[in-house]
Each structure stands twice: as C-alpha cells, then as structure tokens.
Design a protein around this ligand. Structure first.
Ligand SMILES: NC(=O)c1ccc[n+]([C@@H]2O[C@H](COP(=O)([O-])OP(=O)(O)OC[C@H]3O[C@@H](n4cnc5c(N)ncnc54)[C@H](OP(=O)(O)O)[C@@H]3O)[C@@H](O)[C@H]2O)c1
Length: 342
C-alpha cells in the first residue's frame, strides 16, 4: 500500500509513522522549504501517563514537493494533514487533479471543507476523519527531551472516527488500526463534528483573548463572553446545516465549562495550558478563518453574531465587523492571500 501524507506537521508525522508501522510505504508532500528536514527523518515521542517514552525514528520513502513529482507517482491513499486555511491557497485543484485513482482521506474539519474538497475531488473516493490525538512539537516549554521531535498522545476511549464510502473508509481504518493508531468507522460525522468544533474553538478564542491563561479565562466576564459566542456559533451551525444542536451542548454553561477544564487538566498527562498556547498559536490563521466564516454565515442567515464579533475583534484588529459583512468568500480570499505559499 502506497500512502502520501500532505503536510508533515504534528498530525502528519503521527499518521505517517503509524501507517508505516502497519507496513505501508509512506511518502510526504511538503512545501519545498521542508524537503531537507523531512528527508533527514522524524523523531517521535509516545506520551504515556508517566511522560515521554524513548524517541522513535522513522524515514519517509520519498519527500515530494512539486506537482510534477506528484504526477509521476501513484498512491493508494492520500492523507490531508494541513489546517483548513492551508486548503485555500488556490493550489488544491491542481493537486487533486494529480491524485489518479487514490482515495483521499481528509482530516480537515472546517465547516465548509467537505464542500470545498468536493468541488475538486470525487466524493466517491473521499474519506473524512476527525483528529482526536493530541500532538505537538516537543519539547514544550518546561519539558525535557533528548532531541526535538513530535510528541503524541491518544486519549483513552477516543479513536479517530472516519466516514465515507464503505470500501474506502474500512480500508483506511484497517490500515490505521493495524499500525496502532486508534480509529473507527463512524456515521453522521459531517453533521455532528461542527458542533463540538464550535464549542472548542469559541473556548480557544476566549483563551487567546485572555493571554492563554486558564486563570484569566475562568473569570466571570470571559466565561460570559465565550458562552455568548458559543450559543451564537451553535445556532449558526444549526441554521447552516438545518440540524438540531445536540442537547448536551445546548446545556453547557460557564459552570460546566469550568468543570470540564478542571477535569481536562487532571486527565491529560502534560501541561494543557502550554499545549493549547503552542498549538493554537501555530494554527492561529485557521482560528481566524473559522471565526470569520461563522460571523459571515450568521449574518447571511440573519442570526445574531455580536459575541462572535467581540471575540473575533479581541483576536486582532483585522477582524473588525465591516470587513466581515461581505461573505465567506471574502474571508477565504483574505486568507488565501496569506497562505498562498503552497
Ligand atoms: N496537533 C494536534 O494536536 C491537533 C489536534 C486536533 C486537530 N488538529 C488539526 O490538525 C491540523 C494540522 O495540525 P498540525 O498540528 O499538524 O499543524 P502543523 O504542525 O502546523 O502542520 C501542518 C503542516 O502543513 C503544512 N501546510 C499547510 N498548508 C500547506 C499547503 N498548502 N501546502 C503544503 N503544506 C502545507 C504546514 O506548513 P507551514 O508551517 O509552512 O504552514 C505545516 O507544516 C490543524 O487543522 C489542526 O487544528 C491538530
């Protein structure tokens, strides 16, 4: 089985490593500036309850960085392991057109990512997955490692769910499980996954606006602002998808959010506050794309977006409301201009 991983970041390396463990021939597709680094090989750390295990090493079969190289090679499965904003650089159509008969496994979970991908690639050969692992560039501040690498942790009882055409989704899950990456076939993921994403990302926006400090984000004013944005975001998803917000998410309130945060800090075997700061600073453009899209969609649907706008503005002056009115297309074009490095 020949696999191509698009994006050799924290997620791509973990998928690549486990697919290679399963016996697949794993190659990467990266920006030219990363080729030498990727060819040198990757160092990974499995994060157990007691800390980071000994370094694990793996090397890709090949590292590709041009469409010409892609055209000359064929793959059985291609994994998209890049942030949602990375998809929108104008390159994806050319990339997708060179994938031959491969099955595309997308781990991009922005609200409109599936529709965007479907414009360029056959839905009958597209599998979509949700990332449940936590992986990050190690060491985090305060951590000790022999050499820099990527640390990963698979939360117990939370396999990565995948959905898509039966034959393809089952093959992807079979290979991932064989390599030890917890995975399962799921149904209704497209409808279900945007709701928890809104819950997580409104919290993350509030956390960023509170200088990434758990102590500050827990304040009544911050929790109220996040709560308002979460409610607007959930209503926007319901209106957009024409589905009902799951009851458990409708019942969330600041007190429950504080409890969830406390439990998460107890269960996760590393410094959650530092991980969130490092990870969501790294993918900050994606956060901004999400909030822009959510505000634009709320406005298109005639739904309130006051709290989302407040949080958006707290993330930076580029998110003033007047920029947002146009539509998601405008948000996309602003971001594709900044991510057009691909
Ligand atoms: N890591 C986690 O714990 C975790 C958990 C849940 C979900 N996720 C999600 O998974 C996605 C990937 O996260 P990550 O942690 O792997 O991020 P990452 O470490 O930044 O890796 C993403 C890689 O993709 C590259 N990339 C982006 N756009 C590209 C393009 N158009 N062409 C080629 N390469 C491109 C990036 O290159 P540049 O650096 O040059 O942009 C980067 O090297 C994000 O959506 C994230 O929110 C991650």
């Amino acid at each position: 089985m020949k696999v191509l991983i698009m994006g050799a970041g924290s997620v791509g390396q973990v998928f690549g490593y486990h697919l290679q463990l399963a016996g697949a021939e794993v190659s990467f597709y990266v920006r030219p500036k990363y080729v030498a680094e990727c060819e040198a090989g990757f160092v990974l750390y499995d994060h157990g309850r007691l800390g980071l295990a000994a370094p694990l090493r793996f090397k890709a079969e090949a590292v590709l960085s041009t469409l010409e190289e892609l055209e000359r090679t064929s793959f059985d499965q291609v994994y998209l392991c890049i942030p949602s904003n990375g998809l929108r650089g104008g390159w994806f159509g050319d990339f997708a057109a060179r994938l031959g008969d491969a099955v595309l496994v997308s781990l991009c979970n922005g609200m409109d990512d599936r529709d965007f991908i479907a414009e360029h690639f056959d839905v009958a050969r597209t599998v979509t997955g949700l990332i449940t692992q936590i992986s990050y560039p190690a060491p985090l501040p305060g951590e000790d490692v022999l050499e820099p690498g990527t640390a990963y942790w698979f939360p117990p009882l939370a396999p990565h769910p995948f959905e898509g055409p039966k034959e393809h989704v089952e093959a992807a899950v079979k290979w991932l499980k064989k390599g030890g990456l917890p995975s399962k076939v799921a149904h209704g993921l497209s409808e279900k996954s945007t709701y928890p994403s809104v819950v997580l990302m409104t919290f993350i926006m509030g956390l960023e606006a509170a200088d990434w400090s758990f102590a500050q984000v827990r304040s009544a004013a911050n929790m109220k602002r996040i709560h308002g944005a979460r409610r607007e975001g959930l209503a926007m998803v319901s209106g957009h998808q024409k589905t009902t917000t799951p009851l458990a998410l409708r019942l969330l309130n600041p007190m429950i959010m504080r409890m969830v945060l406390f439990l998460a800090t107890q269960l996760i075997p590393f410094d959650l506050e530092t991980y969130l700061r490092v990870h969501f600073t790294k993918v900050g453009a994606q956060t901004r794309m999400y909030v822009k899209n959510w505000i634009a969609t709320s406005q298109e649907l005639g739904l309130p977006s006051k709290h989302l706008e407040e949080l958006g503005q707290a993330l930076g002056p580029q998110l003033v409301a007047s920029e947002l009115i146009d539509s998601k297309a405008k948000a996309d074009s602003i971001l594709s201009a900044s991510s057009g490095k691909a």
